[in-house]
Design a protein around this ligand. Structure first.
Ligand code: CAA
Length: 255
């Protein structure tokens, strides 16, 4: 691959972008490579957690130079939504580790992950309005779903770039670490999640996705009730509870 790398170690997949000359700006080739890697990860049962992290900058948004002269049809083909949906729909937990800039389409990429950790020096925002466009890869939907509509509107309407402390305050990121510690702490957390029961993890993600999409709260909690009971058909549930009673660490098999 030209721009992306995937490393797999101890059940953790790590995807990084390597386009430093453009602050990792996302062009079509990067998204096509990401799409292929997500399909590989989806089909690889050995991967329990996915981390997206890139050195120095998460990414400074979509590649403005390749968008400037696009027609409506070309813009519709260019936009990253199908790939970001693939990321969102993975059964495993996904973590964005954000160093430097995460702007526009790159913040949308981070918002398609389950959890976001940021370095103290990170800068986040949706500058699309300053380019005469709007977020187009899920940002107007996933951001208010995550942080609430008023904070999302403030960010998207203003195009302001905020620092990590502000991002933590409004819930855009879960945790902040020093720039030097971010990567190690993100991987440490990924390692913790990689030891959890995979079937339970999958159903938690599915239940939250389906439940949050329900207009009716009671319909959402009914989905939760059904999926919760389903986990009692798994060996992992027996193992998890037996391990607790026997005062030992569980060994999950994903069955
Ligand atoms: N697209 C293409 N190239 C970009 C880029 C982008 N989004 N962001 C940075 N670059 C390039 C710059 O053009 C520059 O290249 P050259 O040396 O060839 O000119 C190089 O990366 C370094 O950038 P700067 O010199 O601008 O670096 P800086 O430190 O002065 O500024 C910055 C950093 C504030 C992030 C600034 O680069 C910037 O504002 N970038 C654009 C951010 C942006 O608007 N992103 C949203 C894009 S729209 C979008 O994402 C659409 C969507 O919803 C799908």
């Amino acid at each position: 691959m030209r721009y992306l790398s995937l490393e797999i170690n101890n059940g953790i997949g790590l995807i990084s972008i390597h386009r430093p000359e453009a602050l990792n700006a996302l062009n079509r080739e990067i998204i096509d490579e990401l799409d292929a890697l997500l399909e590989q990860i989806r089909d690889d049962q050995s991967i329990r957690v996915l981390v997206l992290w890139s050195d120095k900058n998460f990414a400074a948004g979509s590649d403005i130079k390749s968008m400037v002269e696009m027609t409506v049809e070309e813009a519709a083909d260019f936009i990253f939504t199908p790939t970001y949906n693939k990321l969102d729909l993975l059964d495993i937990p996904t973590i964005a580790g954000i160093e430097g800039y995460a702007l526009g389409g790159a913040l949308e990429l981070a918002m398609a992950c389950d959890i976001r950790f940021a370095a103290e020096g990170a800068k986040l925002g949706y500058p699309e309005i300053n380019l005469g466009i709007m977020p187009g890869a899920g940002g107007t939907i996933r951001t208010p779903l995550s942080i609430g509509s008023p904070w999302a509107k403030e960010l998207i309407f203003s195009g302001e770039i905020i620092d990590a402390a502000r991002a933590l305050q409004i819930g855009l990121v879960n945790r902040i670490y020093s720039d030097a510690e971010l990567f190690a702490e993100t991987m440490k957390f990924a390692e913790k999640l990689s030891r959890k029961a995979p079937l339970a993890m999958k159903l938690i993600k599915q239940t939250m996705r389906e439940g949050l999409a329900c207009a009716d709260l009671m319909e959402g909690v009914d989905i939760e009730k059904k999926n919760w009971a389903t986990l009692f058909s798994t060996e992992d549930q027996k193992e998890g509870m037996r391990a607790f009673i026997e005062k030992r660490k569980p060994e999950y098999k994903g069955k």
